[in-house]
Ligand binder design. Sequence first.
Ligand SMILES: Cc1ncc(COP(=O)(O)O)c(C=O)c1O
Length: 492
Amino acid sequence: MKQARGMVTPNSDSLAFAASEARPAPVADEASEAPPASGEREIKLADRGVEPEPAVSAAEPAVEAPSPNELRLRTVEANIGVLRSRGLAHLTAEDERSDGRTLTLGASRLVNFGSCSYLGLEVHPRLKAAAHDALERYGTQFSSSRAYVSTPLYGKLEDLLLQIFDAPGLVIAPTTTLGHSAALPVLVEERDAVMFDLYVHNSVQAVLPSLKQRGIHCEALPHKRMDRVAARAEVLAKKYRRVFYLCDGVYSMHGDVLDVNALYDALERVPSLHAYIDDAHGLGWAGRCGAGVVLGKRKIHERMVVAFGLSKGMAAAGGVFVFADQALARRVFTCGSSLIFSGPIQPPLLGAAVASAEVLLSDELEILKGRLEARIELFDKLAVGHGLLKERPSPTPIRFIEIGEEETLMDLACALKRAGYFVNAATFPAVARGRAGLRIMLNANQTLDDVRGLVQEIARLVGEGGTRRDTIPALPTPESLEALEGIAFRRG
Ligand SMILES: Cc1ncc(COP(=O)(O)O)c(C=O)c1O
């Protein structure tokens, strides 16, 4: 498949790459360009043994080329601005109350296919009651770093999560993003190397520059090329003490899944390989006790850390980091900077998280999972039947129908809104240029008729075979890898 120009990955530093395409003019050597300073001032200062200050030019300031950061910001503004002008981004729901299924936008009630609450637990009576109870007992907030003191609900939540993940240790962070920024700098040492899947979530990639700054070797691997993980780790292991591989469990844009068995095989083959997995989108609906695509299937590997988000399938707030080693979990909790310097999850949402964990540990989970699976199965059957998907992808609640050109996608997403369906229009920089598509999230609150109606409407709008029919993102070329590394690291 031909690679689109400027192809970058959804979660790579794609904005930076876009900026790098429009190179700023070289900055002139300031010293040589500066006009002579005022002689009088210079002599006086020199007489007193003071270095003269650099002179300020009286001439018109030169028109500066935009900085790389300015170019990056303009790229984001331009891309989001187009979506906003089409009524597809920066929206605010107008509902007086939420039912977990629909959304009111522009005075129209739409079925919401843009929510990551896969089990629909945000309107579950048990979660609402637990949030109310926690609010009554502990107030709206508990304003202290957990380095000093935590609310009692933390202990209860930790106990329940340890049962769900069947692991020796865990750390709860205020968000998944803050948890990554706490955990990775503690886990990875100067003598280690890091390999990361090119599509690993942005919140993981955001930590890489700080590792690189400490001199830690970081390199990208093509998306989901598990055959390359062990092979490359073996090479790096000759030079570095440990090799960390960073990846997602479920990739958030296209909904494709890590090959878990292949990862365990790689860990067995290379003793210095360690895995760090962000399974934020796998929690709740996947595997035993909803423990995600990795821990819901297999026991945690001794050289593995798995991260989760509580604000998706569990309908609460925060991030959870699961460790095979209790002492390591304690170390991350004690030394992770964002765990020291950021605030906690607030009591009402902690109450909701506790109730959500209780639901995952109850028989009700199978009923909820069954509802969701029925919706995924129906969607896939109809989408494949209409030629919107070439074949059935991994059975996750995230579905991506690639359309191609961004204008065509936005027309389609607007038409779907008019027909009563809200979906995510995924455009650059969320996905590669020219690979725009509909990102559709299924959840247990939608009805089977909602799913049927959406697929039929998409099929009617695009016409049979009207999409690109590619469900798996194109693999990056060596050039895009090269470009990515240049931006993420060489620029520092
Ligand atoms: C895979 C993944 N990891 C992490 C995050 C960030 O989660 P949080 O909002 O808890 O920081 C997201 C956000 O949606 C995500 O999709």
